[in-house]
Design a protein around this ligand. Structure first.
Ligand code: BTN
Length: 321
């Protein structure tokens, strides 16, 4: 796996360019105690990542769009965690799955993923410096069979976080774990579980949130939206990570203690599928029915045309036209 740790030099150069004014190589070099050639190399690497930096002879360098890199010094967590921060990584989920499993809580974030993964073997588009690509490794003293609701409560923690950016609570969940705004996807969640001895298990919870992405339509096949498109402003990703981790850990703690049942009414309020006729792609075989809701385990309850009701623990949902 190619993993590039986030370099302090890139952070410092971006910080100097953040006002959008020209800065010449000499003054950047003097400020950061590096040679002009080293400044040029750093700028070139950032340009290769897709960062829009204009370079004009005699004037210097200028950032063409606002950018603030991730900085864990600015991200607060409500409990101690081990941090893994990268400028480029294949996938934050794959990384946390590959490092030796200890029982501490680990968080991995990256500025860019080169092989970001979605559910059902889909790819997750992850350009540099724009969005949040975060994975959290979290141990549970639960049997893997009790974990179906985990992806749902992570979706609810994301909804709570995103609603804090908007007065009228417009974000909704789509079972099992998409977060939508105006029927467009803003967040995807990929949970990978490993069963451990003694009925315990370890989850790697991957969260991708479209934050400051604007013109990347050609890379994504389904309708999507970003927080910047909704709020009209650049969003501080360090602050968003702080809010997200605060809500995520609160929900993970409650889920560990009470299970999904404690979240059922919150789910019902945010559920975009309730009473909708849907197709559920379930173990390769589509089934159809009306969504009645979720049960205490977080399984989706459908009423079929013959009046029978059945709960499904996994699948992909599509509203019927
Ligand atoms: C989906 O909607 O299909 C799930 C998308 C999950 C994307 C996130 S980004 C951080 C983490 N690392 C990955 O490779 N995938 C998840």
């Amino acid at each position: 796996m190619r993993a590039v740790p986030l370099g302090a030099t890139k952070q410092a150069v971006i910080a100097l360019l953040k006002d959008g004014e020209y800065q010449d190589g000499d003054s950047i070099g003097r400020a950061l105690r590096m040679t002009r050639a080293a400044v040029w190399k750093t700028i070139k690497k950032l340009q290769e990542y897709g960062v829009q930096i204009e370079s004009i002879k005699g004037k210097g360098y200028r950032l063409l769009e606002p950018l603030q890199l991730l900085d864990i010094k600015q991200i607060e967590t409500p409990m101690p965690v081990s941090w893994h921060v990268f400028e480029s990584l294949s996938s934050t989920n794959d990384y946390l799955r590959s490092v030796k499993s200890t029982h501490d809580i680990a968080i991995c974030v990256a500025e860019q993923q080169t092989r970001g993964k979605g559910r059902l073997q889909r790819a997750w588009y992850a350009p540099f410096g724009k969005n949040i690509y975060l994975s959290c490794r979290y141990p549970f003293q639960k049997d893997i069979s009790e974990m179906a609701g985990l992806s749902l409560i992570v979706g609810l923690a994301v909804v709570k976080t995103l609603n804090s950016y908007s007065g009228d609570q417009p974000f909704v969940v789509k079972w099992p774990n998409d977060v939508l705004y105006d029927a467009k996807k803003i967040c995807g969640i990929l949970i990978e579980m490993t069963a451990e001895s003694n009925g315990a298990c370890m989850a790697v919870i991957g969260i991708g949130i479209n934050v400051n992405m604007l013109n990347d339509e050609q890379h994504i096949s389904q309708p999507w939206i970003s927080l910047k498109q909704i709020t009209g402003k650049d969003v501080d990703r360090n602050q968003l990570c702080t809010r997200l981790l605060h809500n995520l850990f609160e929900y993970l703690t409650e889920f560990s203690q009470q299970g999904f049942a404690a979240f059922q009414s919150e789910w019902n309020k945010a559920d975009s599928l309730i009473n909708k006729e849907i197709n559920l792609l379930h173990v390769d075989k589509p089934v159809q029915g009306k969504v009645i809701g979720v049960n205490g385990l977080g399984h989706l309850v459908l009423r079929h045309a013959n009046g029978s009701e059945r709960a499904y623990s996994s699948g992909d949902t599509v509203i019927k036209k």
